[in-house]
Design a protein around this ligand. Structure first.
Ligand SMILES: O=C(O)CCC(=O)C(=O)O
Length: 306
């Protein structure tokens, strides 16, 4: 049973995509964004990076540029945090009806945005020399706390939609994950060690620009290793259950808050309540294939408007 606050497809994933997500803890969906939408987001991220790089102190304790700041500021890696209101195209990405619904399907509840950031990174010279890459593997939540199973399907209360804005060939540093680790509750270091012993267990995102990696934050994952000369640009929204806080070291500005339409209240502010508006599907259910574009973030129709 779905209780939508704005019009979104449900289920958002095809049975085969949901099965892939179930088995591996992630699924990559190509063409979630059009070439034009990718272009708008790429420009927005580069504008932010330029603006931030002009600040004397662009880190969290310094000044902000369009409310964003740098979480990492080294020549080959700019990690830009708190970008939710930094550009209308970026806000549109975070509120994209299909992407929000994909997140809700994995969480099994209504979504609240908990973090929003972007990475612009390129090859680290020392990395290119190492034949067997080591990654900064991590999880965002643990399985007993973050996960649950209902109707035979795994769900997690913290998930991400990570979209690459540049093409990713195997040399271009796509996100790496330890396939299936999202529901194997044994010490994380043991899983990491066995994955290094059998690298076929490490799956890497290789996909054209405009593809979205949807994953459970119980899945062990990391930034991949760039071995090409290409810069990688990705944009990420983290979604949590509606009673979760926003944890991106940021506050939405008053000006932005005033523009939030009623049907997006939970998505931006969450809900101070235990009710999570459950969202479950069966594997047999076909995807709701209605087309949804990125559109304007503050002009999302309600289901009744349709
Ligand atoms: O850079 C990446 O591909 C992965 C990002 C990541 O590890 C995260 O968002 O937790």
């Amino acid at each position: 049973m779905t209780e939508a606050t704005f019009d979104k497809p449900f289920p958002a994933l095809t049975p085969a995509q949901r099965y892939h997500l179930e088995v591996f803890g992630y699924v990559v969906i190509e063409e979630t964004l059009s070439a034009d939408e990718v272009g708008q987001l790429l420009e927005a991220v580069y504008r932010l990076k330029r603006g931030l790089c002009q600040l004397e102190n662009p880190l969290a304790d310094g000044a902000r540029f369009n409310n964003a700041y740098l979480l990492k500021n080294v020549p080959n890696h700019h990690f830009i945090g708190n970008i939710l209101e930094s550009d209308p195209a970026i806000t549109a990405y975070a509120t994209h009806p299909r992407l929000v619904s994909m997140a809700e399907e994995l969480m099994a509840c209504e979504a609240r945005i908990v973090e929003m950031n972007a990475h612009v990174n390129s090859r680290v010279p020392e990395d290119a020399k190492s034949g067997s890459p080591r990654y900064r593997f991590h999880r965002g939540t643990d399985i007993p706390f973050g996960g649950h199973v209902q109707g035979g399907l795994f769900h997690c209360n913290f998930v991400k939609t990570l979209t690459n804005l540049t093409d990713l060939s195997p040399e271009d540093g796509g996100t790496v994950v330890i396939a299936g680790s999202h529901k194997v509750d044994v010490p994380q270091d043991d899983l990491i060690e066995l994955a290094y012993q059998d690298p076929s267990l490490i799956h890497q995102v290789v996909a054209p620009a405009g593809s979205t990696l949807l994953f459970s934050e119980t899945l062990i994952h990391a930034t991949g290793q760039i071995r090409s000369d290409k810069e990688r640009v990705i944009i990420i929204t983290g979604y949590g259950a509606p009673m979760f806080p926003y944890w991106d070291k940021g506050e939405l500005s008053d000006d932005f808050r005033e523009q939030i339409p009623e049907q997006l209240t939970t998505l931006f502010h969450g809900k101070a309540h235990w009710g999570r508006s459950p969202r479950y599907r069966t594997l047999a259910e076909a995807a709701d294939a209605r087309p949804f574009a990125m559109g304007d973030w503050n002009d999302r129709p309600t289901p009744d408007d349709q």
